[in-house]
Design a binder for this molecule. Sequence first.
Ligand code: FAD
Length: 401
Amino acid sequence: TAGVVIVGAGQGGFQLAASLRQDGFDRPVTLIGEEPGLPYQRPPLSKAYMADGAGERLVLKPAAFFERAGIERLAGLRVTAIDRAARRVALSDGTQRDYVQLVLATGARNMRPPLPGLDAPGVLGLRTLADAARLRAALVLARAVVVIGGGFIGLEFAAMARQAGLGVTVIEAGERLMARAVTPASSDWFAALHRAMGTDVRLGCAATGVETDAAGRACAVTLADGGRVAGDLILVAAGVRPNVELAAEAGVSVDNGIVVDGCLRSSDPAIFALGDCAAFPLPGAGQVRFESVQAAVEHARHIARAITTGAETAFAMVPWFWSDQGKARLQIAGIAAGADAVQRVPQAAEGGFMALAWAGDRLAAVETVGLAAQHVAARRLIGAPRALIAAAGFDLRQALL
Ligand code: FAD
């Protein structure tokens, strides 16, 4: 008998399988993942794992969990095609699986900018545990690190490499760090942090290629302004692309992600999508795609409930995110993109940081460093009117009382 087939055994695919069983779903569940081994969490790959190398700690549940829960787990296998008419998927080992509901949890892959030299040894990316293991091994032998891309992953890695005593340069084409996701106030604060750690942060600086030495190994990154930065370990952290090809080839709608409706169903009602690969409507924000643990986990829980109970309730979330860079933990609640004013709140504790982003007179996003209680309060205040928060002296905990 057929049940639910999940394509992708990452954060969201794992959560869906677990939540289905938690919700009492009693038909077959099959979790198919291209990567070898057990499902694991990615956030520590650019954080604790770089320091301690303890990959086993990243595993979400041991093999016995899947056996006990009656979840069929296929690792190291790729789903190669979806036959929507027959409700069947084809696997890379030549076998097939029938489904009643199919959930696409295929995640995203690293973007490779079209620059010459990116295939040279010494140029690496960071997405999977295998990538992280390679990067960690390379770090031991490296002298100078160049990071292409000043986003979360590039900056987290830069901080780790710097703490390991290496020379680090971050090259960012945009005028500020993490520009896609945070306010200019946070970008500036983090540029100062990285510079204080001794990292060479270059903004408005586009990489044009990687130079190799006589042995063919990467030895420098060339720049649009004619300059070059020497480095023997180059991390390309220039953003990701959602894995949508499987869906697109099956004729499922795709537009910066697999397009899903308010119930997280794709253009084929038997197919859901979640996490990094899904573009979903978020009330007040339009069609969005998030690359966050929270989105993957909350999507998965919502879909599990929909499948188990048949409920057609609309998905909603207040987005939150974190990033650890050196000693600073950045926490974000809400969405800063599209805000029209940013306010630094000076009362923030010693060494801390808080910026409020406003859309009209409504709180759109809150960014904090070292102020966990304010962040937790912020998650409940997104969308609240300015008057309410001003009356509390812009102390978010007070505003909730
Ligand atoms: P993934 O966890 O990426 O899983 C997708 C899986 O699907 C992959 O294993 C892939 O191999 C598999 N797959 C794809 N196509 C197929 C196919 N055809 N057949 C079979 N399998 C397939 N988020 C945060 O919120 N906070 C953080 O601090 C943070 N730090 C991060 C640090 C790093 C280094 C990285 C890489 C990510 C980080 N993220 C962070 C993002 C977070 O890990 C992702 O948003 C989350 O893993 C998304 O879950 P997902 O299930 O959508 O995709």
